[in-house]
Design a binder for this molecule. Structure first.
Ligand SMILES: [Zn+2]
Length: 238
């Protein structure tokens, strides 16, 4: 095989390698994307559970306050019944004072209860709202994840195809070029090629001699960067 054929083969390989890198990056990013969405769902569910616990706590407090109002109301009735049978003025005044204190306590508790009921209502609305939001998000995540899984399967199929094409191309390279390519592919994790732009190798940012750049532009010769060893191509500006 002459050098030019080798060059064409390398160009085809460089395109496959670039595609492979893109696909590898996609395949690596997709599971993280799925996980991120699942985590977001978990966080929102946790917020909702937390709010549910707050509501339960408020309901317990409500029952406690209601029981307290009942107790005090019974106490008040008892004091009032006792008023019928008091013998002395002192006893009467003392009972009246108890009645006054108890009524104030009932009134205070009822105020707290009213405030608490408003709080319960607000929490309940907030829970309903969040629950709806969570359901919407869950549907969205399910859809997005299904789509991402389908994309991942597609990427995996494409990767196999690219891999097969590479396997077919590599043996057609001349032995030294092939050996160089395989080494570079491993060393630079698939980046065996570099573009030369403005006379600079974009793999290592070292200047390429003008003579080499001119040859690259004519596309007639196979070169490797003297600094990083990558096969280099020139991109002629449009
Ligand atoms: Zn270089």
């Amino acid at each position: 095989m002459d050098e030019l054929e080798g060059l064409e083969c390398l160009i085809a390989l460089s395109e496959l390698d670039a595609r492979k890198r893109e696909l590898d990056a996609l395949a690596a990013a997709l599971p993280a994307e799925l996980e991120k969405r699942e985590n977001e769902l978990d966080a929102r569910q946790e917020e909702l559970d937390q709010l549910q616990r707050v509501l339960e706590e408020k309901q317990r407090e409500r029952r406690r306050l209601e029981a307290s109002v009942d107790d005090k109301t019974q106490l008040l009735a008892k004091y009032r019944a006792q008023l019928e049978s008091v013998k002395t003025n002192k006893e009467y005044q003392s009972l009246q004072s108890e009645i006054k204190v108890t009524r104030e306590q009932i009134s205070d508790t009822e105020d707290k209860l009213l405030e608490l009921l408003e709080g319960i209502e607000t929490t309940r609305r907030s829970i309903d709202e969040r629950r709806r939001g969570l359901e919407e998000l869950r549907a969205e995540v399910t859809r997005a994840n299904e789509e991402a899984r389908a994309r991942l399967r597609d990427v995996e199929v494409q990767l196999v195809e690219v891999e097969e094409k590479r396997e077919r191309l590599i043996p057609t390279l001349s032995q030294p070029v092939r050996a160089g390519y395989v080494r570079l592919f491993e060393r630079y994790q698939g980046g065996a090629f570099a573009v030369v732009a403005d006379g600079v190798c974009q793999g290592c940012y070292v200047n390429i001699p003008a003579k080499v750049v001119a040859d690259l532009r004519s596309g007639a010769k196979l070169y490797r960067c003297e600094s990083c060893g990558r096969f280099i191509f020139s991109v002629v500006p449009d």
